[in-house]
Structure formats: C-alpha cells, structure tokens
Design a protein. Structure first.
Length: 350
C-alpha cells in the first residue's frame, strides 16, 4: 500500500461513550497560564505558527481533566510534562528526525544523561548550556519531579520513558524507513510505549502521593487492569487522530492498521476500533474488580490509583474529541509541519 500523505478532510468519528464521570480540575485556567509562560521561557515554543498550534491543542485543559484532583503545583507540572511529551512526539511523527534513527539517538543519549544524573538534572537545567531544547527542558522537568519521588517510582518511570524513546527511535522510525505497516499483534503492546501512556499513568502516583509496591505493580491482576486502561487511552487517541495522521502519511495508527490488513473502508475500520475500545473498557472494569478482590489489604493504594486510570480514560476521550490538535486542516488549508516544528527542540539547527 502507498503510505504517502493523502488529501483528507475532517469527517465524523463514530460516537464513543464512557461509563466514567467527566471531571475537571478547578485549577484549569492556572494550568493554561502557567503552561504558556513555561513553554516560552524554556524555549519549546518560539515561532508564531508553533504557538498558535500549541494553544489550539490546550494541553493545560488536558492535564486538568486527566488529573482532576492534582494540587496547584502538580497540575502545572503535569501540563508541562504533557507539552514536552507531545512536542517531542510531533518531532518524531511529523518531522525528519522521526525518520533518522541516528540523529534521534543522539538526542536520546542526552535525555538518558539527564535521567541518570545524581542531581536529577538540576545542574543541566540551571546551566543554560547549548543543548537541544528537548534535553534542557527534560532536565527542568526531572529536577522538579524526581526529588520527591521514591527510588522505586523513579526506576519504574525511567524504564517507561526510556522504553518510549527507544521504541520510537528504533521500531517506529524503522517502519517509516522501510514502509512497513505493522500488524495489530505487534502494534498494540508497542503503542503503549510510543504513546507514553505508561509514563502518564506513573504520574498518578505523583499527583495522589501514592507508593505502589513493586510486587503489587508487577502482579498479573495489576498489569491486566493497567494495560486495559492504557489500550483504551491509546486506541481512543488513534480514533480521533486518524484523519490528521493520515494527512501526514503516518502509518502507526490502529484505524489505519485495521483498514490496511483487513481491507476495510474508512467507516468500517473506525467502527471496528470504536467497538474494540468499548470492549476494552468493559475488560478494564472486570480486571479492576479482580484486582481489588486479589489484594484487599492494598485497597487504600489501589482505589485512588484505579480512580486515576478512570480519569485518564474519560479525560482523554473528552479532550480528544474537542481538541483542535487532531484536525488535519484549518481555514487556510492544511498546516505543514515546517510551520510548527521548532528546529531547536531536537537541535537540528546546530
């Protein structure tokens, strides 16, 4: 199949409902204002086209919906992390660096140095030395996140973030270069990494002040519930971002994969993924019950953790169907990546 960009228009997505309540952190306006100031100060958003596109995405609102109980400091921090994750993702999905594993690998090495540093990136964040903004801004984030976290949480988070970066740098980039459309069995577990959803679920512990023991976290009942929640989030994202991603020739999208490998038309592929999301939501609810029955002594930790997963599934749905990020065009026509990708983020201007 030809994976070149196609001319598409925004078309209706099948209706998708959620059994979880719509919640919004009351500090949403604060998160928006803070995020605008932080991205400008840190250098993630500079040119006017990038600023306009960034503001339309409304990541402050997104953070407020998926972490509805976060404190003022934590909702700001979550919004900043979202900006970093999504802007790095843009560089990989929409820019040349996502098709150049060697170049991105150099940037990833700088990120690893931050995550491995004894001072949690504080010196790098304060130095202002000449680094790709993706690295210097990560140092700022890590220096504000890691000191208050447990060693177990830091190890888990670093593993998840490195898995995210490695999968994007090798597997996704390799597929793009070779013109490969992965099958569903290969795509689904890797999508949890490329979507950074394990990373985002880790932040529930930070926001709620939880300490999930490793033996509980690594248990099959917890893994099953977590993976079901992660899949609901990732597949919902794929459902709503399908038109935008195909307009750029992106193949790493479940709707496209289903359509490609099962020879379906657009509407049937969208319905198939919508139905899979509904079924996976039901699977989460069943696994949630099993988990609480298996570990009744851990209920004080599990209940807020599971509530965080529920907020993520519902908040992501509400944001995905409202954000302008997934619209492939605006009034002036399709926005080209060079109009919003910042060269300094990956250091390509050097």
């Amino acid at each position: 199949m030809n994976n070149a960009p196609t001319n598409v228009e925004q078309q209706p997505v099948p209706e998708l409902s959620s059994p979880f309540p719509h919640l919004v952190n009351p500090r949403v306006e604060q998160a928006r204002e803070h995020l605008t100031a932080w991205t400008a100060r840190i250098g993630l958003v500079r040119q006017e086209g990038a600023r306009q596109r960034f503001e339309r995405a409304d990541f402050g609102w997104f953070a407020a919906m998926v972490y509805p109980t976060a404190s003022p400091a934590h909702v700001d921090l979550m919004a900043d992390w979202f900006a970093w994750l999504f802007l790095v993702d843009d560089q990989l999905d929409d820019g040349a660096v996502g098709r150049d594993p060697e170049r991105f690998g150099t940037v990833v090495d700088g990120m690893r140095a931050v995550l491995d540093s004894r001072d949690f990136g504080a010196a790098t964040a304060a130095s202002g030395r000449d680094l790709p903004v993706a690295v210097s801004s990560l140092a700022d984030l890590w220096s504000r996140t890691a000191p208050d976290a447990t060693p177990a949480w830091r190890r888990r988070f670093v593993r998840h973030l490195e898995d995210c970066l490695d999968t994007a740098a090798t597997w996704e980039a390799g597929n793009r270069l070779a013109g490969v459309v992965p099958d569903e069995q290969t795509y689904i577990p890797r999508r949890r990494h490329t979507g950074a959803i394990y990373v985002c679920m880790d932040f529930i512990d930070v926001v709620e002040g939880l300490d999930v023991p490793d033996d509980l976290y690594d248990s099959p009942p917890f893994t099953d519930a977590l993976n079901a929640a992660c899949d609901v989030v990732c597949w919902t994202n794929d459902l709503y971002s399908y038109e935008k991603e195909r307009s750029l020739g992106e193949v790493h999208n479940l709707v496209h994969i289903v359509r490609h490998h099962h020879a379906l038309d657009r509407d049937r592929a969208l319905l198939r993924v919508r139905d899979a999301i509904v079924a996976e939501t039901e699977r989460f609810l069943a696994k949630e019950r099993e988990l609480l029955r298996a570990f009744p002594a851990h209920a004080p930790v599990l209940r807020p953790c599971l509530a965080g997963m529920r907020s993520w599934m519902r908040g992501n749905l509400d944001w995905s169907r409202a954000t302008k990020r997934y619209q492939p065009s605006d009034r002036a026509g399709r926005v080209r990546p060079q109009e919003y990708l910042e060269a300094a983020v990956m250091g390509v201007e050097r």
